[in-house]
Design a protein around this ligand. Structure first.
Ligand SMILES: [Zn+2]
Length: 91
C-alpha cells in the first residue's frame, strides 16, 4: 500500500495578490473578504450589490463564501467583486 502524502495540507491560497482575506459574518453566512487595491484591478467586474461595473483601477473588494455551496467544488470559484461601499451596505 502506498504511503499517504503528507498530512500537512496547505491552506488554500486562491488569490495571490498579497494581502489577507478576513472573515466577515453577514446575514447569509460567513464570507471571506479581501481588499483589492486599485493597481490590482485590471478587469471589469459586475458588482452584485448594485449591478454596476467595477471598472479597472478601482480599489474594491472580493468576497467569497467561507464554505463552498452545494455543487461547487471550491468556494473560491464563487468569489465576487464588490464596490467597497456596496459590500459595506450589505448586511
Ligand atoms: Zn456596487
Amino acid at each position: 500500500m502506498a504511503k499517504r502524502p503528507s498530512k500537512h495540507l496547505r491552506e488554500p491560497r486562491p488569490l495571490s495578490m498579497g494581502g489577507f482575506a478576513r472573515l466577515e459574518g453577514k446575514a447569509d453566512g460567513d464570507w471571506m473578504v479581501q481588499t483589492m487595491p486599485a493597481d490590482s484591478a485590471t478587469k471589469t467586474y459586475t458588482c452584485p450589490g448594485c449591478g454596476q461595473p467595477v471598472v479597472p483601477g478601482t480599489a474594491h473588494l472580493v468576497a467569497w463564501p467561507r464554505e463552498a455551496g452545494i455543487g461547487s467544488t471550491s468556494a473560491v470559484e464563487e468569489r465576487r467583486h464588490w464596490h467597497t461601499s456596496c459590500w459595506q451596505r450589505r448586511r
